[in-house]
Design a protein around this ligand. Structure first.
Ligand SMILES: Cc1ncc(C[n+]2csc(CCOP(=O)(O)OP(=O)(O)O)c2C)c(N)n1
Ligand SMILES: [Mg+2]
Length: 330
């Protein structure tokens, strides 16, 4: 990566941070309702991995902490914010909310509330890609607690057996809601868990975007070359509670302090400044520009967009439920 690429990644991570912080405020202002899971602390994971792939062409799927993944795939941040505001212009027409961002045009396949739900879907997408002989791959992000779901083991077994082009990326932030990983999981180092399926795996520092990018390049190259699935574990940390309804009282303040010293944005910023590739002034301008963009383009778009119409409540429901609704035969 050259200096220009690193600066772009710095901007993308800072944008993600500011976007998520603004979501927090909008939630407190009651402009966003329902569930909201934020991403600060983990920015280098989604942005670093997808930088090594072909965002917008490769198929990406994740859980409910999904805004940044969608934006890196090419989703319009205004449409993501409008979705959070429950508006018709949202990426899921305001029907999905934070956990169900979806952007088929950019091959962002969601956004799932069900822990473990995306694993078999990713394997299915990869199976389709293989059958069609496509060059694209599937990339499935997951949490450390999600790996205890049965679907994880079922999907990885089939992915390995059929040598499917799928990359599983575990964002290990050490917690599943309020439960620390060593209280829920027998083998805490997640990359070791996939040896039973003969899937190559690696573990890397998820706070250092250059390391994430380098590891992801190898992982993506492996999968794209037809050698079957790969599992990448990223060691990371979320700064906020699990969701907006989590008071975050279960973590030691000292642990939080230690992780904040390894902030992915600050680490890359300082490295660029030390190398003489960025000035403090340039960084401030970058930040101001991002804050202005969010305040002047993203938030007003979401605010001014119309609510979905009540008459259209049943529109976009996939099943043909007319007979049920109109009293027809079962
Ligand atoms: C099938 C299912 N079981 C339980 C839940 C409740 N739940 C929501 S998030 C979560 C923990 C997931 O933690 P992790 O996979 O580590 O992801 P993180 O939130 O840390 O990103 C649980 C158990 C759910 N959403 N779906
Ligand atoms: Mg977790």
């Amino acid at each position: 990566m050259d200096a220009a690429d690193k600066k772009r990644l710095l901007r993308e991570m800072l944008y993600a941070r500011r976007f998520e912080e603004r979501c927090y405020e909008a939630y407190v202002e009651r402009k966003i309702g329902g569930f909201l899971h934020l991403y600060p602390g983990q920015e280098a994971c989604a942005i670093g991995v997808l930088e090594a792939a072909r965002p917008g062409r490769d198929y990406v799927i994740t859980g409910y902490r999904d805004h940044v993944h969608a934006i890196k795939c090419g989703a319009d941040p205004r449409e993501v914010m409008a979705e959070l505001f429950g508006k018709e212009t949202g990426s899921s027409k305001g029907r999905g909310g934070s956990m169900h961002i979806f952007d088929v045009k950019h091959r962002f396949m969601g956004g799932y509330a069900l822990v473990g739900g995306p694993f078999p879907l990713a394997a299915g997408i990869a199976k389709a890609l293989k059958l069609k002989g496509e060059e694209e791959i599937a990339i499935c992000f997951l949490g450390d607690a999600a790996n205890n779901q049965g679907t994880f083991h079922e999907a990885l077994n089939m992915a390995s057996l059929w040598q499917l082009p799928v990359l599983y990326v575990c964002e290990n932030n050490l917690y599943g809601i309020g439960t620390r990983i060593d209280r829920s999981t027998a083998v805490v180092e997640q990359y070791k868990r996939v040896c039973g399926y003969d899937i190559p795996a690696a573990q890397v520092d998820g706070q250092d975007i250059e390391k994430v990018y380098a590891a992801a390049r190898e992982a993506v190259a492996h999968v794209r070359s037809g050698k079957g699935p790969y599992f990448l574990e990223l060691l990371t940390y979320r700064y906020r509670g699990h969701s907006m309804s989590d008071s975050n009282a279960y973590r030691a303040k000292e642990e939080e302090r230690q992780w904040s010293k390894r902030d992915p944005i600050i680490m890359l910023r300082d490295r660029l400044i030390e190398a003489g590739q960025l000035s403090a002034e340039e960084y401030r301008e970058m930040d101001t520009g991002i804050l202005e963009e969010i305040e002047q383009e993203v938030i007003p778009f979401a605010e001014r967009s119309p609510e979905p119409k009540v008459e259209e409540l049943e529109r976009y429901v996939l099943a043909d439920n007319d007979p049920w609704v109109h009293g027809g035969a079962r």
